[in-house]
Unconditional design. Structure first.
Length: 505
């Protein structure tokens, strides 16, 4: 038995969703283009399905519009709606192993990571159920003989478009608050990872969500994505993906004044000051860039190290990187798994080649790892590059792979200037024992999230999102629910007299 067979036999296998998509609560064969995902560890085909076409989207919209107005949903009290979300959370929790297996097959991420993502998705549904049940509305001070208050009401039909890197988590982050807010949701996953949202659909269906309120519509960006952005029935767009597509969507949403949230790319800086705890910083920097094989929007892909500790820090960092276990996603010891796709690996390789041509020095990695296991899949070694200026394209652009650029800085002012001298603004990491300085630096950096002496930690109750080219809007947190609602203000007369402006004859 070869090593691949050993890994394949080491885990429980679950059926992968096949053939059908979920349109307005009905399982059917999509009328669109065929989609094939493969297991990035050995390129075996996960399954075939045909994505949604215009007729399927018409149906999803029609059923969604009806479902959202149906008293069986529209008249539910918050705690009743929440109870369905709690059931979905339970359904996810009871299927963590199955979801993890499907997502690992779809994306190549380790089972350890996909289990954590599935658990976080369950937590997201639970959290928004709790937010919904406990949300308060307040009377506003009136300035006349009337009572005033502002209510949050459902928008109607919401579209959710997600990328391939963490599907179950990003799906839940949109679907849970959108349903909690009383809407119907049309979810479109990436064609590289079409399967997980179909498993989510199965769980949502079993949890008893009224039919029509949720559709899972795999398909291309140019057909399904385009409709979910431009169709007049869609009242709110929630997008996570690349900055270029984000720009297109922003323009289309603006032309209809449709509220849109855009969770986009990043090139997040990590700043290590000379007084940092070196081992903590090394562990955080490595986890920040090489977990998920760097395929993470918040990857700490730009490392700035204070000059006084630069040589010894980088030496230790390189040694620790070489010790990372690159391996099969089913191997519990694996830290760096394959990339999602050969096409994506080629894109990452092109960036590394460009770094070489621009004079960058590859300190470790920079190539495919060698060996039987690695040749079967889309692996790329964790790579560290130095010697490039902050304004070089490799230091500026998102690579979305296991590639870290490292640069020295002399003092706090220079570190902040270098960190801010980038189009993106998603996250940053600051490593220093002087927490007051770390907070000052965090405040000076234009970004959405600041991690101090840690990195890539998340809480569903803490808002997340970017600024600049990393997008706009926030997900998670209490306000995450409100962002899927329309705020409407009411004035109710308390005088019981006609307004004085009219003089009755
Ligand atoms: P992508 O932009 O290519 O695709 C994202 C989704 O948009 C996919 O479902 C795709 O099919 C769809 N799409 C493509 N063209 C479209 C169009 N014209 N109209 C509507 N939809 C369209 O991104 P990707 O390669 O799937 O994902 C990687 C990117 O996602 C990276 O840039 C990463 O930083 C970003 N990302 C951001 C966050 C965040 O929270 N900020 C999280 C994860 C990933």
């Amino acid at each position: 038995m070869n090593q691949l067979d050993k890994f394949n036999q080491s885990v429980m296998k679950y059926d992968l969703p096949q053939g059908k998509i979920y349109v307005g609560g009905i399982w059917k064969k999509g009328g669109g283009n065929s989609i094939q995902s493969y297991f990035p560890a050995d390129r075996t085909i996960n399954g075939e399905l045909t994505g949604a076409n215009d007729a399927d989207i018409d149906q999803a919209i029609e059923y969604g519009q009806k479902a959202v107005k149906n008293p069986a949903w529209a008249n539910l009290l918050p705690h009743e709606r929440a109870s369905i979300l709690y059931r979905i959370a339970e359904g996810i929790k009871n299927n963590v192993e199955r979801i993890a297996y499907i997502q690992t097959r779809d994306t190549g991420k380790t089972l350890t990571e996909t289990r954590a993502l599935a658990n976080s998705a369950a937590g997201t549904f639970r959290y928004f159920a709790a937010v919904l049940e406990t949300a308060q509305e307040a009377l506003t001070p009136s300035r006349g003989a009337y009572m005033t208050f502002s209510r949050y009401e459902p928008i109607g039909l919401v579209s959710a478009i997600t990328p391939w890197n963490s599907p179950i988590a990003s799906d839940a982050q949109k679907v849970a608050p959108a349903l909690a807010a009383g809407n119907a949701v049309l979810l479109k996953p990436s064609s590289w990872s079409p399967l997980v949202c179909l498993e989510l659909a199965r769980i949502i269906d079993e949890a008893g969500l009224p039919k029509g309120l949720f559709s899972a519509l795999p398909g291309s960006g140019s057909i399904v994505g385009e409709r979910l952005v431009t169709d007049p029935a869609i009242g709110r767009i929630s997008f996570t993906g690349g900055t270029n597509v984000g720009h297109e969507i922003a323009i289309k949403a603006a032309s209809r004044f449709v509220p849109v949230s855009l969770e986009l790319g990043g090139k997040s800086p990590t700043i290590v000051f000379e007084d940092a705890d070196i081992n903590m910083a090394i562990a955080g920097v490595l986890y920040g860039i090489f977990s998920s094989s760097g395929q993470s929007c918040i990857a700490g892909s730009r490392l700035l190290v204070q000059k006084s500790i630069y040589p010894q820090f980088v030496k230790k960092l390189v040694e620790a990187t070489k010790a990372l276990k690159i391996g099969h996603p089913f191997d519990p010891q694996t830290q760096v798994a394959p990339l999602i796709h050969d096409t994506h690996r080629m894109a990452v390789e092109e960036w590394v080649e460009r770094a070489r041509q621009e004079g960058g020095k590859i300190l470790t990695g920079g190539m495919r790892p060698k060996g039987e296991i690695y040749e079967a899949g889309c692996y790329f070694s964790p790579t560290i590059i130095e010697g490039l200026p902050n304004h070089s394209s490799v230091c500026r652009e998102e690579i979305f792979g296991p590639v870290l650029v490292v640069m020295p800085f002399s003092d706090e002012t220079e570190a902040v200037t270098m960190a801010n001298d980038n189009a993106y603004g998603l996250a940053c990491g600051v490593w220093s024992k002087d927490v007051i300085r770390a907070l000052r630096v965090g405040q000076a950096i234009t970004t959405g999230t600041v991690w101090v002496n840690t990195y890539k930690q998340f809480s569903i109750s803490t808002p997340f999102g970017g600024v600049k080219e990393s997008g706009c809007g926030r997900e998670k947190g209490i306000e995450g629910l409100r962002s899927y609602m329309n705020q409407k203000s009411y004035y109710i007369d308390t005088s019981q007299k006609p307004l004085g402006w009219v003089r009755f004859p």
